[in-house]
Design a protein around this ligand. Structure first.
Ligand SMILES: [Zn+2]
Length: 188
C-alpha cells in the first residue's frame, strides 16, 4: 500500500496515510481531517471548518432565495399598482383614495348645484320677460353635473377599496415571506 506523508492542518504533526484515504484522524491532536488531492500535492483540512463552510453556503442560498421571492413580489406589486391608477382632470395619474373621491366628486356636485340654482333663477326671470319656454332646459345641465359628480364619487371610492384590498394582500404576503426567511435563518 502506497503511503503519503502529510502534515496535520490543525497541530502541524507529521502524518502518514494511505494514498487512497480521504479522511484521517490526527494521532496527536485527534482532529478529524479530510485529505485534499490537488494534482500531485496533498494537504489536510480540519473537517469542522469544512462543515462550517458548507453550512454557510446553505444559509446563503436560503437567504438569496427568500430575498429573490420578496424582490419578485415587490416588482409584481409595482406593476399591479400601476393598473389601479386613476387619471384626474388635469391628466395626472395617481392612486385612488376615498378622500380624493369625495373631494373630487364633491366639487363637481357643488358646481352642478351652483349651475342649477343660477340657471333656474335666470330662466324663470327670462320666462317672466317673455323668453321662449325652451330656455327651461338650462337648469337640467346642472342636474346632469350633480349626477356625474355622485357617479364619479362612487366609482373612485370603489376603486380605492379595490386598491386597498390588493395592497393589504401584498403587504401580508411580503410579511409572510420575511417571517419565513427569518425562521429559516434562525433554524439553520
Ligand atoms: Zn494534529
Amino acid at each position: 500500500m502506497k503511503v503519503i506523508p502529510l502534515n496535520c492542518n490543525h497541530c502541524g504533526a507529521p502524518l502518514e496515510v494511505a494514498a487512497n484515504a480521504r479522511f484521517v484522524t490526527c494521532g496527536f491532536c485527534d482532529a478529524r481531517l479530510s485529505i485534499q488531492h490537488t494534482g500531485n500535492s496533498y494537504s489536510t483540512e480540519v473537517l469542522e471548518d469544512l462543515r462550517a463552510t458548507t453550512d454557510q453556503i446553505a444559509r446563503d442560498i436560503k437567504e438569496i432565495k427568500s430575498s429573490t421571492a420578496i424582490e419578485r413580489l415587490d416588482k409584481q406589486w409595482e406593476h399591479q399598482r400601476f393598473n389601479h391608477m386613476v387619471t384626474d382632470k388635469h391628466g395626472g395619474q395617481h392612486l385612488p383614495s376615498k378622500g380624493g373621491a369625495v373631494f373630487g366628486g364633491g366639487l363637481i356636485v357643488a358646481f352642478g348645484l351652483f349651475w342649477t340654482i343660477m340657471a333656474f333663477g335666470i330662466t324663470s326671470a327670462g320666462r317672466m320677460a317673455g323668453a321662449p319656454g325652451v330656455i327651461g332646459i338650462f337648469p337640467v345641465f346642472g342636474l346632469i353635473f350633480i349626477a356625474a359628480g355622485v357617479f364619479n364619487m362612487f366609482r373612485i371610492v370603489k376603486k380605492a377599496d379595490a386598491y386597498q384590498h390588493e395592497q393589504s394582500n401584498y403587504l401580508r404576503e411580503r410579511r409572510r415571506l420575511l417571517e419565513q426567511s427569518e425562521r429559516e435563518r434562525s433554524s439553520s
